[in-house]
Design a protein around this ligand. Structure first.
Ligand SMILES: [Zn+2]
Length: 251
């Protein structure tokens, strides 16, 4: 059996409509905001990893449902218990992660008129095995998914920087763009104006600047960026949240 429920959500006008925040989603921190606020990475997986490892070893040692040649047998009570514990630990990790992300995205969507995030190629980054675990742990994809629907509910504009917008390599003070910036360099040092600023904060500030360009109408925005800024659109049946999302391709 299945059924459908239609929920009427009022599209609210965001509390401070002019408040713009740039969000740099990172690996060291869950996020750095252009306001200077740093949201720590909860890394629930790190904390539970030892327990998961131990439970996995325990499970392997116990009398499971298959012999070494693959024939089935009745698993021992100890194996069944270990398997249940392992499943519970996995579920707890997932819950903790989701909870942390929900707190962040709710706060972001309810207290800002415009949120600017980077366009992250999560699938591409996950191919880099060294970064994969951290990124998966921080739940980038989940964060973006939550922001997409919560901004629609809150009447907040979600702006996504273009894939090739160099938010990390651009100086947030003078706008000059570095040719190269090592991933290990945690502090951005501008060769043109001498600015020294935390790398992630610099990126967040650049993202916020990008939104201001759109608001002023001078930016290289595409589609319907200006209209949605003044009048939040009611959510369409079918769940298409395109009304409050824009793709920017700033160079
Ligand atoms: Zn500079």
């Amino acid at each position: 059996m299945s059924f459908t429920v239609e929920v009427q959500r009022r599209v609210r006008v965001p509390a401070p409509p002019r408040a713009v925040v740039g969000v740099d989603v990172g690996i060291r921190h869950l996020a750095v905001l252009s306001t200077g606020q740093v949201i720590a990475n909860p890394r629930p997986l790190d904390q539970a990893r030892r327990r998961l490892r131990r439970l996995n070893r325990q499970l392997a040692r116990r009398h499971g449902p298959r012999t070494t040649d693959g024939t089935r047998r009745t698993p021992s009570a100890g194996w069944t218990q270990a398997r249940r514990r392992l499943a519970r630990t996995h579920a707890r990790v997932a819950n903790l992660r989701r909870d942390g992300l929900h707190k962040l995205t709710t706060e972001l969507a309810s207290s800002h008129g415009t949120i600017v995030v980077e366009h992250l190629n999560v699938a591409g980054m996950l191919r880099n095995r060294r970064l994969a675990r951290d990124i998966a742990d921080a739940g980038f994809g989940e964060l973006r998914r939550q922001l997409a629907y919560k901004t629609t509910w809150a009447g907040t504009r979600l702006v996504q920087a273009g894939t090739f917008y160099p938010s990390s390599k651009t100086c947030s003070a003078c706008g000059s763009v570095k040719a190269k910036l090592a991933l290990s360099a945690r502090v951005f040092c501008c060769g043109a104006c001498g600015l020294r600023i935390d790398r992630d904060l610099n990126a967040a500030c650049n993202l916020a600047t990008l939104a201001n360009l759109v608001v002023a109408g001078s930016g290289p925005e595409t589609e319907n960026a200006c209209g949605a800024d003044r009048k939040p659109r009611p959510r369409r049946a079918g769940g298409n949240e395109a009304g409050s999302r824009h793709q920017l391709d700033a160079g």
